[in-house]
Write a protein that binds this ligand. Structure first.
Ligand code: NAP
Length: 298
């Protein structure tokens, strides 16, 4: 089996590249440099040249606030490219695993969103990701879309690493406490993807859209609290966390108040259960702090 990973340098892409794939599988990564999702001809050529059995698209325009003023670029990468990936995969007989987001929902209701709930994105990023879902569905039946949320890992930029940095620098950190969601370790997204790819290779792929996110749900302040508890355990000091309201932290993009995802469908179809993000947090911080510790080479 040959797997082509697009966006291989991102949080999820990098975890896919260092993930444990079945023996004998060939896994090749492409970054923006060698497969630019915003340049259709180069993207098509990169996929056709590789002749993969499965394409995993981990590339995306993920700057949620910047997207508000950069609509065309966000839609080119998130909205149009997944359709091109799907069409090109169809031409070479490949299946596609793609990622989408909790931000396709407006988050106005309590409870967890299922895959059948209507989407209603609040901002350009969410709208562009919704467009990409539609473009991939229209292009190729043999697709799996994993909608995930609040991704963190030791590789790349994310909320957990930002909190670790701010908490190390400041006596007090203000964090939004009235948005709820599901933190998801990037490594578990990679592991779920590899399990799904294995099922596809065995002729047991279940196609469609699935939610995959960590448990239990929390707020950004709840996630920051967990980071600071780890900080105290490791360093003996922690900042004061000041919970604030969304209204006190204005951003260019509006975000859903409740973007908790129901992950029952992927459990039923693939036997993949939502990971506990709290256990993964410790592992991620082990790697993060080891990489930034004084005296570590590189
Ligand atoms: N991060 C989250 O909290 C979150 C939440 C829900 C869903 N998701 C979804 O999960 C997936 C993986 O996200 P992630 O957290 O791994 O994102 P990430 O760390 O931002 O990685 C995205 C990667 O895509 C690359 N990329 C951007 N524009 C590109 C282009 N034109 N051509 C090729 N590559 C391009 C980026 O490269 P550069 O570094 O060069 O820009 C980066 O390496 C995405 O589909 C995202 O929408 C993420």
């Amino acid at each position: 089996m040959k797997v082509l990973v697009l966006g291989a340098a991102g949080q999820v892409g990098a975890e896919l590249m260092r993930g444990v794939w079945p023996p004998g599988w060939q896994v090749e990564g492409r970054t923006r440099r060698d497969a630019d999702l915003a340049r259709p001809e180069l993207l098509r050529a990169a996929i056709l040249d590789a002749r993969p059995d499965i394409v995993v698209n981990a590339g995306a325009y993920t700057a949620v606030d910047r997207a508000e003023a950069d609509r065309d670029a966000a839609f080119a990468v998130n909205g149009t490219a997944p359709g091109i990936v799907g069409q090109t995969a169809a031409a070479c007989g490949a299946a596609v695993i793609h990622y989408s987001t909790d931000y396709v929902f407006d988050g106005a209701r309590d409870g967890a969103r299922t895959e059948d709930d209507p989407v209603s994105p609040l901002g350009v990023y969410g709208a562009s990701k919704e467009a990409g879902e539609g473009a991939l569905r229209a292009a190729l039946d043999r697709h799996v879309i994993l909608r995930t949320s609040w991704v963190f890992g030791a590789l790349g930029a994310n909320f957990v690493r930002t909190m670790w940095r701010l908490g190390s620098e400041r006596p007090e950190v203000r964090v939004v406490a009235d948005q709820r969601g599901c933190p998801t370790p990037a490594a578990t997204i990679a592991a779920a993807t590899i399990a799904i790819a294995g099922r596809i290779a065995g002729g047991e792929g279940r196609w469609g859209t699935f939610h995959f996110a960590g448990a239990p749900p929390t707020s950004w302040a709840g996630l920051a609290e967990a980071v600071f508890a780890e900080m105290e355990r490791r360093t003996g000091r922690r900042p004061v966390l000041v919970p604030i309201a969304t209204a006190d932290y204005p951003t260019p993009a509006r975000r859903p108040a409740n973007s908790v995802l129901d992950c029952g469908r992927i459990a039923a179809a693939y036997g993949i259960v939502a990971p506990d993000w709290r256990a993964a947090l410790s592992v991620v911080l082990d790697e993060t702090t080891a990489a930034t510790a004084p005296g570590v080479a590189g």
